[in-house]
Design a protein around this ligand. Structure first.
Ligand SMILES: *[C@@H]1O[C@H](CO)[C@@H](O)[C@H](O)[C@H]1NC(C)=O
Ligand SMILES: *[C@@H]1O[C@H](CO)[C@@H](O)[C@H](O)[C@H]1NC(C)=O
Ligand SMILES: *[C@@H]1O[C@H](CO)[C@@H](O)[C@H](O)[C@H]1NC(C)=O
Ligand SMILES: *[C@@H]1O[C@H](CO)[C@@H](O)[C@H](O)[C@H]1NC(C)=O
Ligand SMILES: *[C@@H]1O[C@H](CO)[C@@H](O)[C@H](O)[C@H]1NC(C)=O
Ligand SMILES: *[C@@H]1O[C@H](CO)[C@@H](O)[C@H](O)[C@H]1NC(C)=O
Ligand SMILES: *[C@@H]1O[C@H](CO)[C@@H](O)[C@H](O)[C@H]1NC(C)=O
Ligand SMILES: *[C@@H]1O[C@H](CO)[C@@H](O)[C@H](O)[C@H]1NC(C)=O
Ligand SMILES: *[C@@H]1O[C@H](CO)[C@@H](O)[C@H](O)[C@H]1NC(C)=O
Ligand SMILES: *[C@@H]1O[C@H](CO)[C@@H](O)[C@H](O)[C@H]1NC(C)=O
Ligand SMILES: *[C@@H]1O[C@H](CO)[C@@H](O)[C@H](O)[C@H]1NC(C)=O
Ligand SMILES: *[C@@H]1O[C@H](CO)[C@@H](O)[C@H](O)[C@H]1NC(C)=O
Length: 814
């Protein structure tokens, strides 16, 4: 936890250091008189043991120009005080309430005493309060709940007492950490209704009462990932409403006085990785619904009154690494399925009432480093691999268990049948009864299988008949996929006449072949309109789907030129480029382009038109960014093509959310006039490099600019189309980075992962800002962008590549 925390801080500070403001800085801006006086008063109440505030000496000219340590300003207003690890004593002045622009107060890891200033509640811009690891006393001021923008309140590890205030009006609060204090009374219900909270850490206090039962009360998405209430005086039962917190990854309720049973609904928390209920007074048995806790890594139920058998469900917890059931009242056999959890490394089942043998499956667990079944009623022989690996303390206290030490030799030569107990006849009976049932089941199965086979056979006949018919109808259509290579037609290219209409269809290699009639008669629905024309989703006879783009009339080049250019585009194959599969020239000059259909639509709609519960995590976004960059590299270096219109609407996503760039090369099909029009439209959408307004000529560098905007779009979740205080997206991001509240740049969904991915976000942001540099010469090349993204991406993120039917270049002729 501590590490994670430091990470966040580093992250914020790194940004401050590395992302230089685009212009100006604070130089020459004089701090306002009110702020100057407030800082003077603030300093007066501190005790500066190490003289680290000596720089706070002049009459105010240095405050905002970097002269005063730990002070950041914007336009003459103090926005941040950051003085952690300075051995500062004394107390925090109430005068701090006069710093109306203050956003961040970071004084953690000092020796500050006195109360948390009530005046913090009067700061309308306050976002972050980091006062942990000090000696603050008194209560948490209720006023702090009036800060509408507060995101982080960390007062952990102080000497605060009294109760936890409501904080209901801080509707942006993401992280509340009041752990390691002496707070008492019960947990306020208001915290259970916060739809913004991600971390709620209240462990090691003196909290009493029961856990509120009002979690997830209203119809909103609850973000809470971490709930730690351990080491308090909490009583009552575990509320089943916890199950409404679908994002929960960690629950710790250990060392309290919780009673009652574990609610069945806990099984609904499919993202839960850690569940610690140890050292309470919980009774009943492990609910069968636990089988749905498929993400669980640590399960600790030690020191309770749980009884009954452990359900076999454990076998679905394939990520389980630590299982601790010590000191309960479990009975029955140890499920052999635990031994099938290949990655498990700690198993403690000691001090229960387990009977039977230790399942042999445990001996084949490679990573098992700790194993304890002592003090149960186990019997039989300890599997020899286990007795070699673990010493006798793991097995003692089981009177009928043998073979784990010299003094516990099994009475007769060790052999498995020694432990086959009296139960055998019973087992046999059981088997017998089952097998009658089995016979009936098997018979039913055979009948079903025969029926199915018959069905398949009939279906096959039908399909064959149909395809024969089709072959007759469209004589000119060849099927390269079928492997009948006709020397007359170059590999992969198929030309067919457009039936009666007299158009022409030219195929490039691809997963399916269709005739012009197939295409023209397909059911189609409009997907969208772009500068080049209208896009349709067409469903062919067999149910296959393709995307068809009908180019605007009078915008394309003449026939001959068009066909030459289209043939070139049809040859391009790359996992991150949308493949052109065919084109159609109609008798009246209409032009259709046929592409693969991408089920997840455009990146623009994926990012900006999704439901509230759809979260796009960072690895997915990174995968998209890398995919787009790879596609662009292929265009720039292999095909020598400048895209000229790279936008998030032109990036399409397949089933696995891999990016495919669309609309590349299309400018070569268009007249110059039409292309100018494209540039103008893209400009209004916010993807155009500034120099384009003068030069009107796309270059590799203008493509890189658009790429940078798309990466910013992935980072911020904001659409470049929507104006932000009159700034475009790059300007907006730069302005916020300059104001040093960089967390606000990122999509809220990503912030919760900052402890883990902070560096990646930061480095990607830097790279993106580099790409959108106003000066084309300063921008990197696509290849460099790719290289850097691949360095930023951690190795475990798998960048999947899309399925390509074939990589063989195709050519098209008449
Ligand atoms: C809360 O504070 C404690 C003590 O400072 C720390 O160990 C823990 O990691 C923090 N938790 C969160 C979620 O910030
Ligand atoms: C104020 O402090 C700075 C940095 O410690 C120092 O360079 C400067 O001379 C001091 N000014 C006065 C008036 O003491
Ligand atoms: C909190 O602690 C202070 C001493 O630091 C004490 O005077 C006060 O009564 C305590 N308040 C509560 C509610 O326990
Ligand atoms: C929240 O704000 C409203 C209106 O600003 C106020 O009436 C209410 O008392 C506040 N609630 C708390 C708990 O501070
Ligand atoms: C915790 O609360 C109980 C009463 O609820 C009180 O008796 C005890 O002194 C408190 N302990 C601390 C350390 O504040
Ligand atoms: C909850 O929200 C969903 C859509 O977000 C809506 O269909 C449903 O009616 C809402 N239910 C209640 C009880 O408000
Ligand atoms: C759990 O314990 C309570 C008393 O503390 C008792 O009323 C209840 O019946 C027990 N439940 C089970 C399932 O044993
Ligand atoms: C697990 O979850 C699925 C789907 O959410 C549900 O149908 C099933 O009943 C659950 N299993 C148990 C044992 O609760
Ligand atoms: C198990 O852990 C791996 C690696 O941490 C993760 O990728 C996977 O999603 C986890 N499985 C489940 C079911 O959570
Ligand atoms: C055992 O641990 C090693 C190292 O932590 C890991 O690479 C390996 O995948 C683990 N084995 C299993 C079966 O989980
Ligand atoms: C353990 O279970 C046996 C029956 O299987 C029972 O006789 C015995 O009392 C139990 N011991 C404890 C400590 O619960
Ligand atoms: C164990 O079973 C084998 C045959 O499976 C038999 O030869 C042997 O005598 C048995 N051992 C004992 C101790 O019963």
């Amino acid at each position: 936890m501590e590490n994670k925390f430091i990470h966040v801080l580093l992250f914020v500070q790194l940004l401050v250091l590395t992302c230089r403001p685009v212009s100006g800085g604070g130089d020459g801006v004089v701090v306002s008189r009110a702020d100057y006086l407030a800082l003077r008063a603030f300093k007066q109440e501190l005790i500066d043991f190490k003289g680290l505030l000596r720089s706070w000496n002049d009459s105010g000219y240095g405050v905002c120009s970097g002269g005063w340590a730990g002070i950041k300003c914007v336009k003459g207003q103090v926005i941040a005080i950051q003085l952690p690890w300075r051995r500062l004593g004394g107390r925090i002045s109430e005068k701090i309430g006069q710093l109306q622009g203050l956003r961040k107060l970071s004084l953690h890891d000092n020796v500050l005493g006195g109360p948390v200033p009530v005046a913090l509640g009067f700061l309308p811009n306050l976002r972050g309060v980091y006062l942990f690891n000090n000696r603050l006393s008194g209560s948490v001021p209720a006023s702090i709940g009036n800060c509408p923008l507060l995101q982080t309140l960390d007062l952990s590890n102080n000497a605060l007492n009294g109760s936890i205030p409501s904080l209901a009006n801080s509707t942006r609060l993401l992280r509340l950490n009041l752990s390691f204090n002496s707070l008492s009374r019960s947990i306020p219900d208001s915290l259970t209704r916060s739809s913004s909270l991600i971390f709620l850490a209240l462990q090691h206090n003196n909290l009493s009462g029961s856990i509120p039962s009002t979690w997830g009360g209203t119809n909103r998405t609850y973000q809470l990932k971490l709930l730690t209430l351990d080491n308090n005086l909490i009583s009552g039962t575990i509320p089943s409403s916890l199950s409404k917190l679908g994002f929960l990854e960690e629950i710790s309720l250990s060392n309290n006085q919780i009673t009652g049973t574990i609610p069945n609904e806990i099984g609904e928390l499919t993202r839960l990785q850690k569940l610690d209920l140890s050292n309470n007074a919980i009774n009943g048995s492990i609910p069968a619904t636990f089988s749905n806790l498929s993400s669980i890594v640590t399960l600790n139920l030690e020191g309770n009154r749980l009884d009954n058998q452990i359900p076999e469900v454990l076998e679905r917890m394939q990520n389980l690494s630590v299982l601790n059931l010590r000191s309960n009242k479990f009975t029955g056999h140890i499920p052999a399925s635990i031994g099938n959890i290949s990655g498990i490394n700690q198993v403690d089942l000691s001090k229960n009432n387990f009977t039977g043998e230790i399942p042999a499956s445990f001996s084949s667990l490679p990573n098992l480093t700790s194993f304890n079944v002592s003090y149960n009623n186990l019997s039989g022989l300890v599997p020899s691999l286990l007795s070699k690996k673990f010493n006798s303390s793991s097995f003692v206290g089981n009177l009928q268990l043998c073979g784990y030490s010299a003094s516990t030799q099994c009475s007769s030569p060790p052999s498995q049948n020694i432990t086959l107990p009296t139960k055998e006849p019973l087992k046999k009976k059981h088997h017998h009864r089952l097998s009658t049932k089995d016979i009936i089941l098997i018979a039913a199965g055979v009948v079903l299988a025969v029926l199915l086979l018959l069905c398949c056979f009939l279906l096959l006949c039908l399909i064959r008949k149909r395809s024969v018919l089709k072959g007759k109808n469209s004589k000119t259509s060849k099927q390269p996929a079928a492997g009948s290579i006709d020397k007359a037609v170059p590999a992969g290219a198929v030309v067919s006449s457009g039936g009666e209409a007299g158009g022409k269809l030219v195929h490039f290699d691809g997963p399916f072949v269709f005739t012009a009639d197939d295409l023209l008669c397909a059911t189609a629905e409009i997907m969208g309109k772009s500068t080049y024309g209208t896009a349709y989703k067409a469903t062919l006879e067999e149910g296959n789907q393709v995307a068809v783009k009908r180019l605007r009339e009078k915008t394309t080049k003449g026939h001959k030129e068009f066909e030459t250019e289209a043939a070139a585009i049809g040859k391009i194959r790359h996992p991150n480029l949308l493949a052109l599969r065919a084109y159609y020239l109609g008798p009246k000059g209409e032009k259709l382009l046929v592409f693969d259909f991408m089920p997840k639509g455009s990146l623009a709609s994926f990012l900006h038109a999704r439901g509230p519960e759809m979260i796009i995590d960072w690895p997915t976004r990174m995968n998209i960014a890398i995919g787009v960059t790879r596609g662009l590299c292929h265009l720039h270096y292999q095909e020598n093509i400048i895209h000229g219109n790279l936008t998030s609407s032109n990036i399409l996503l397949d089933e696995q959310t891999n990016a495919h760039i669309a609309d590349y090369g299309l400018s070569s099909l268009m007249t110059p006039a039409a292309n100018t029009n494209v540039i103008a439209t893209a400009g209004t959408l916010g993807y155009n490099a500034p120099e384009l307004s003068k030069t009107k000529k796309s270059t590799e560098k203008t493509d890189v600019y658009s790429l940078g905007v798309i990466i910013l779009e992935l980072l911020t979740g904001k659409s470049p189309g929507e104006p932000m205080n009159g700034m475009d997206l790059p300007q907006w991001v730069a302005s916020i980075v300059k104001e040093e509240w960089t967390n606000e740049v990122f999509d809220l969904e990503l912030i919760r992962d900052v402890p883990i991915i902070g560096d990646q976000l930061l480095n990607t942001l830097k790279l993106a800002l580099h790409c959108v540099d106003p000066s084309p010469a300063a921008r990197p090349e696509a290849q460099q962008v790719l290289q850097q993204l691949e360095e930023i991406k951690p190795p475990e993120v798998n960048v999947g590549s899309a399925d390509e039917g074939t990589e063989v270049p195709a050519s098209a002729t008449e």
